[in-house]
Design a protein around this ligand. Structure first.
Ligand code: HEM
Length: 164
């Protein structure tokens, strides 16, 4: 399959990551509801670990596909039936740079939040001396992944969906 499955001239893995980025948000919201409102700490831990694995697999496969198979994002954008103007390409590149700030920091923040929580939270998980730092890291990680998702979808829209 050379194009994506969402109906645009992208790649299978690009569309796969778009779906993953959309799915991550409701799962994350549910996980936060589980910990903050329901105090279901083990469920929160399991959902966060699941999200971490989804993120790792989706982003890893995506990077391999984009860089090694497709030859970079510009080559994928060039598959458009109606090419983007130089001005539009510059705009898309700026959106991509903003997206990359969030997309690159997210895996590091998530890895730190997860590893520290697994090492320092009691088992089964619950409030502890690590709670204060974990809450700060947790909220920053949450904002980072949501921004990764939002900016990624904006890039996808302007690069592949919007008419010239
Ligand atoms: C990147 C992964 C994670 C994120 C983004 C995250 C996010 C959060 C956030 C934002 C809160 C605070 C909710 C509030 O304001 O009350 C929280 C609480 C909590 N998280 Fe996580 N979490 C993650 C992974 C984990 C893991 C792996 C564990 C268990 C080993 C865990 C255990 C807890 C516990 C026990 C609390 C409650 C702390 C308390 O109320 O004292 N979290 N998490």
């Amino acid at each position: 399959m050379t194009d994506g499955f969402l109906g645009y001239r992208t790649s299978f893995m690009l569309d796969f990551v778009v779906v993953a980025l959309i799915l991550i948000v409701p799962i994350l919201l549910y996980s936060l509801y589980a910990v903050k409102v329901q105090h279901k700490y083990a469920l929160h831990r399991n959902l966060q670990l699941l999200l971490g694995i989804i993120l790792l697999v989706a982003v890893g496969l995506f990077e391999v596909d984009l860089q090694l198979v497709q030859g970079g994002w510009a080559k994928v954008v060039a598959k458009r039936a109606i090419p983007l103007t130089t001005e539009q390409l510059n705009f898309v590149q700026t959106v991509l740079r903003i997206h990359l700030v969030f997309a690159i920091s997210t895996p590091f923040l998530w890895a730190t939040t997860i590893v520290l929580a697994l090492c320092r939270m009691p088992s089964p998980p619950g409030p502890s001396s690590h709670s204060k730092l974990h809450k700060s890291l947790g909220w920053i990680s949450t904002i980072d992944i949501v921004m990764t998702s939002v900016t990624g979808l904006i890039f996808y829209y302007f690069a592949f969906v919007a008419k010239s």
